[in-house]
Design a protein around this ligand. Structure first.
Ligand SMILES: [Zn+2]
Length: 267
């Protein structure tokens, strides 16, 4: 018996706008500059607009069908039940085999990465228009990088056009970044890609995908509601590789009941 009945979702998209379509401009929230600045420092105990609030959307590829339908993705972890949150960073959960401590950022990154990768491979990346096109000014080096990457970035939901010397207009971003400050995300992404000197077998696509997910995932030191935490766990339970984030960091620490018994001298 699979008890996943009501599933809060993680990283759902509100709508699908093809990257080329400029006819239906969708207003996005204008970010409070102070809030944007604060969130860059990952302050303690703030509750910024969360990309993981449960939303009803039948188009979500990871949604569990209602009624007696079977989930579309196989389970890779046991059912986990949220107990609470530690340091606004780790989700404490209980499963059939003991206790799990889940790093909320790493876990959400993994979930988004698998969703984004599937969308990219099926050429179904959803993107969202920025309000009026956001301006960004880049250094000469980053300008050159951006021009080089523009076609690939476009395939991934970014529509960026030159707008003067070293200046660019961001017309759309992948939907999962809709709540983020797009000039900041773009600058950080170019910096990350430029600085990423890991083995050459990883493609530029992978670097961009990883960075988008890093930027879109919930941060550490962010208070989550019970539903948001349960939503993360429900989706992590069906990730192909639930144990690490896309950068290879662990998403969870498991303390088995047997380990607890040993630690407390019961065995
Ligand atoms: Zn990571």
């Amino acid at each position: 018996l699979d008890l996943d009945l009501e599933i809060p979702s993680v990283g759902r998209y509100r709508q699908h706008i093809p990257p080329h379509d400029t006819s239906s401009q969708t207003p996005r929230q204008v970010e409070d500059p102070l809030e944007a600045e604060e969130s860059a420092f990952e302050p303690h105990y703030t509750l910024p607009a969360s990309p993981i609030r449960p939303q009803v959307d039948s188009a979500d590829p990871t949604a569990i069908p209602e009624g007696l339908g079977k989930p579309k993705r196989p389970r890779t972890l046991p059912i986990l039940r949220v107990i609470g949150q530690i340091a606004a960073t780790y989700i404490v959960a209980e499963g059939p085999a003991g206790m799990y401590l889940v790093d909320q950022h790493a876990a959400h990154e993994r979930i988004l990465f698998e969703q984004f990768l599937a969308e990219y491979h099926s050429r179904q990346i959803t993107s969202q228009h920025t309000l009026g096109g956001e301006m960004v000014e880049l250094s000469p080096i980053y300008s050159q990088l951006l021009e080089e990457y523009a076609p690939l970035l476009h395939e991934m939901g970014f529509t960026i056009e030159p707008f003067g010397i070293h200046k660019f207009r961001i017309l759309s971003v992948p939907s999962m970044l809709a709540d983020r400050d797009s000039p900041t995300v773009l600058k950080e992404m170019l910096h990350d890609i430029d600085a990423d000197k890991r083995p050459a077998q990883q493609t530029l696509e992978e670097k961009i995908l990883r960075h988008v997910c890093k930027a879109a995932a919930v941060k550490a030191r962010q208070i989550l509601s019970h539903d948001e935490m349960q939503g993360i766990l429900r989706q992590l339970e069906r990730c192909e590789n639930p144990h690490t984030c896309p950068h290879g960091r662990p998403t969870m620490i498991h303390l088995s009941t047997a380990q607890l018994e040993t630690q407390f001298g019961r065995k």
